[in-house]
Design a protein around this ligand. Structure first.
Ligand code: LLP
Length: 386
C-alpha cells in the first residue's frame, strides 16, 4: 500500500468508486464511545441519511449506536442492518401513512413530530392499529447556525419543527390525543457546524424551555439535540477524527440535564464523513484559453455536494508525483455546475491518473443519482485490501 490508498489494487478497479477506510470509521466510533464513557444519560443515534452503505451500517450497529431515520426506507435499512427498533428515532416533516404504520408496527422508540397536522394523523393511525405512538416534538429553537444556508434548519422561517410560540397550543392538542405518548423534545439547528458556540446557544435555549415547562409541572424524559457536528474538509489528514471531546463537552457543561432525562444525539457527517473517498480517473486534460481542465470520469451524479452547496472537498492526484499545476477539476455531466473544484493545485495530471476526492463519506454515495444514465459507483472497503 502506497500512502493512504492501496494504489496497486485500485488500478484493476472500474472507476469511479467510493473507497471506505473502515479502520478510520472504527477509530471514529471509538473516539465517540470514549467520550460517552460514564455519561449514562447520553445516547447517540447514527443519522442514516449521511450514508446507508450496508457494510458501514453494520459496523456502526456493532458498536452499539442507535439509528436516526427520516423515511420508511431508512427504517427498513436500519432493521436490515440489525439496529433494534427500540433504538430507532424517526423524523421528517412529511411522513407518509405507510411510514407511520411501519414505525408503529415495529414499535420504534419514537416519532419526532413536526406539526399538529402530523400529530393528529399519527394519533388516528395508532388508534386504528391499537397502538400508542411515542412522540417527541421537534421544536424550532430559533438558533442561527454558522453554516451554508441550505443546511441550516433552526431559524424561525424554516420549514422544520414547531415554532416556539406554538408550543403551548401543541401541548394543549396533546392532551386530547389518546394514542400518543408525549416523551420528549427534539431539536436540530443545522449541519456542518464547527463553531461550538452554536451548540452552546442551543443548550441555553433548551434550558429556558425546560425551566418554563418544569415550572408548570411538565416532565420531559427525553431531549434530542439532533446532529450537526462538522468535519474538516480542508485538512482531512490533519483532522481525520472530529473533536468529539469539545462537542460533547458543550452539552455536558451548558445543558442543565435533569437526573431523569436522557439526552439523544443524531450524528451523521461526523461519524462517516472522513472515512469515504471518491476515487476517479482522469479522462482528458483539456487546454482552455486561460486554464487547464482535468476532466474526470466521476460527475455531480456521483457526488453532488460541490454543485449543490458549493462544497469544497480536498482533491488529490494520487498517481502523479510531478510538480504542482492548477486545474479546474470537472466531471462529464452535461451541466456547467458539474465542477468539483476551480483552480485546484494538483500534481501534474495525465490521462489515466487516479484522483481522490476526499471527505466524501457523508452525503456522497447516498445522494448519488443516475442522471445522464450514468451507472451508480461501486464501493470498496480498506479491509478488503491487503
Ligand atoms: N438530525 C436531523 C433532524 C437532521 O436533519 C440531520 C441532517 C441530522 C440529524 C444529521 O446531521 P449531521 O450530523 O450529518 O450534520 N446533504 C447535506 C447535509 C444535509 C443534512 C440534513 N440533516 C450536505 O451534504 O452537507
Amino acid at each position: 500500500m502506497k500512502g493512504k490508498f492501496p494504489l496497486d489494487q485500485f488500478s484493476s478497479l472500474c472507476t469511479p468508486f467510493y473507497y471506505y477506510d473502515t479502520g478510520l470509521l472504527q477509530k471514529t466510533l471509538d473516539a465517540i464511545k470514549q467520550q460517552l464513557k460514564g455519561q449514562e444519560q447520553f445516547r447517540v443515534h447514527y443519522a442514516m441519511k449521511a450514508n446507508v452503505n450496508p457494510k458501514l451500517l453494520s459496523i456502526i450497529k456493532d458498536n452499539g449506536f442507535g439509528a436516526d431515520c427520516v423515511s420508511g426506507g431508512e427504517i427498513s435499512a436500519a432493521i436490515l442492518a440489525g439496529f433494534s427498533p427500540q433504538e430507532i428515532v424517526f423524523a421528517g416533516v412529511g411522513k407518509a401513512d405507510w411510514e407511520i404504520e411501519l414505525g408503529l408496527d415495529l414499535n420504534i422508540f419514537c416519532f419526532n413530530v413536526e406539526s399538529i397536522a402530523e400529530l393528529r394523523v399519527i394519533d388516528e393511525i395508532a388508534q386504528v392499529m391499537g397502538k400508542v405512538a411515542r412522540v417527541c416534538l421537534r421544536i424550532n429553537p430559533n438558533v442561527k447556525a454558522n453554516t451554508h444556508a441550505n443546511i441550516a434548519t433552526g431559524q424561525a422561517e424554516n420549514k422544520f419543527g414547531i415554532a416556539l410560540q406554538d408550543l403551548d397550543k401543541v401541548l394543549g392538542v396533546l392532551t386530547e390525543l389518546k394514542s400518543i405518548e408525549f416523551i420528549g423534545l427534539h431539536f436540530h439547528i443545522g449541519s456542518q457546524i464547527l463553531d461550538m458556540s452554536d451548540f452552546r446557544a442551543l443548550c441555553m435555549r433548551i434550558n429556558e424551555i425546560m425551566d418554563a415547562l418544569e415550572s408548570r409541572g411538565i416532565r420531559i424524559p427525553n431531549l434530542n439535540v439532533g446532529g450537526g457536528l462538522g468535519i474538516d474538509y480542508d485538512h482531512p489528514n490533519r483532522q481525520s477524527i472530529p473533536d468529539f471531546e469539545a462537542y460533547f463537552d458543550v452539552y455536558d457543561t451548558h445543558l442543565r440535564l435533569r437526573p431523569y432525562q436522557t439526552l439523544h444525539f443524531e450524528l451523521g457527517r461526523s461519524i462517516v464523513g472522513q472515512c469515504g473517498t471518491l476515487i476517479s480517473k482522469v479522462l482528458y486534460v483539456k487546454e482552455g484559453v486561460n486554464k487547464e481542465f482535468a476532466i474526470l470520469d466521476a460527475g455531480m451524479n456521483d457526488l453532488i455536494r460541490p454543485a449543490l452547496y458549493q462544497a469544497a472537498h480536498k482533491i488529490e492526484n494520487i498517481t502523479s508525483q510531478e510538480a504542482l499545476s492548477s486545474y479546474d477539476v470537472v466531471g462529464p455531466v452535461c451541466e456547467s455546475s458539474d465542477v468539483f473544484g476551480k483552480s485546484v493545485d494538483l500534481n501534474r495530471v495525465s490521462r489515466g491518473d487516479l484522483i481522490a476526492i476526499r471527505s466524501a463519506g457523508a452525503y456522497g454515495e447516498v445522494m448519488a443519482s443516475q442522471y445522464n444514465c450514468r451507472p451508480l459507483a461501486n464501493s470498496y472497503f480498506s479491509d478488503e485490501f491487503i
